[in-house]
Ligand binder design. Sequence first.
Ligand code: UD1
Ligand code: MG
Length: 479
Amino acid sequence: MHGTQFHSRQKNMPLDIVIMAAGKGTRMKSARPKVLHHIGGRPMLAHVLATCATLEARSIVVITGHGAEAVESAMRERFPQLPLRFVRQEPQLGTGHAVQQAAPVLPDDGTTLILNGDVPLIRAETARGLAAACGGRQLALLAIALDDPTGYGRIVRSGDTGGHVLAIVEHKDATPQQRAIREVYTGMMAAPTQALKRWLAGLRNDNAQKEYYLTDVVAAACNEGVQVVATHAAEETEVLGINSPAQLADLERRLQKAQAAALMEAGVRLADPARFDLRGELVCGNDVDIDVNCVFEGRVELGEGVYIGPNCVIRNARIAPLTQVQAYTHIEGESPDRPVLVGRDARIGPFARLRPGASLGDEVHIGNFVEVKNSTLADGAKANHLAYLGDATVGARVNYGAGSITANYDGANKHRTTIGADVHVGSNSVLVAPVSIGDGATIGGGSTITKDVAPGALAVARGKQVAIEGWARPKKAPR
Ligand code: UD1
Ligand code: MG
């Protein structure tokens, strides 16, 4: 009964989210705005917004300041579907001042959830729980107990432990007794918007940092007799903020560990989860093996029984079952919607390079130092050594010899090369596009082919071998 009532009240209370992202990030020592630094392959602010996208918020207000234009355009481009708006905070006079800038665009009838642009791994369940704890009536804080609370705002309660929350005291303003408190404020809170605006209007900056502290709304709520509740984050990782390159690297590793654990849980065999990097999405069938030091970017799909050797970089690719990608292979699809395609039971690498537009059939072999760009290879085609296939359509079972290339670029335009089924291209051939080789034709090694070759023909286009019998090699003159 009670639960149903609570739920319907939640439904009536629209959620508006404010994300603070105006700070400079001085300790990053970088020209790039802090919230645009990447974690898991995307800007940290994009993680927060992706989480917000699942919260069914009425509006999402991002407070920008340092690097505002770059931050705003990057996020608009990534999240065209979100109810995003940006409010500038200039100059930056503290977290309370930041939220004050958003106040005019926040409707009074909602709950405001305040998040941080530099705390990227906050989970949706936790954010939802925080908004629910506010319940449209009270001030809810997200807290956590830390072994080392240095630098954080401490949660001061009545009595020793478990009493009512009375205030948040910033580290710099805290007494030695308060500094001993391990329960800290994570920087995230939820409040009834109308009350929040009232509390914000009364903020003062008479503190150690001469800033308008958002955290002072806690004491304001208490003064009005509004209850303040603290919910606790499940894991430290989801409330860790990024202020320095070392913290960025630490959180990156925690994210990678968590992603690796989830993949292994699903049955993926990672040779070493500590040497695995996923900067996007990886979808695996059963019995996938991934050796050490591989980097996956964009969206990658690996079919059942696929093997990825050590030190591969794979971005935007769909690899069919049983295919082996050997060590040091680089695969780079254009985008998640335009991946490189590799068929079943193919063998790629070691040291192969598949570029945008590469589409390989079943049982294709691409060997060492072979580059494939914007080309289709039908089933069973092979290019085993030192070759280039660009803008080419290659038929089934073609054998493309070592050192052969398609000369696809005339200095101004790109042209296509078409190679029929069962063609044999001898080593060190140059196929000057546009050119077409008929089914079953043979190209003599070392040929430069500029004219179409008929099916079944042998084309040889190179200087004839000349032999001069008894040739006397020149000798150095005596001195
Ligand atoms: C804040 C909290 C502190 C909490 C800690 C958790 C206050 C006063 N203190 O401290 O209790 O333990 O976070 O990490 O809120 N920002 C703006 N405009 C400003 C100032 C900051 O947008 O004028 C943004 C920053 O970009 C950042 C966030 O607000 O995303 C937090 O600011 P920061 O300066 O890191 O606050 P802390 O001192 O860490
Ligand atoms: Mg901070």
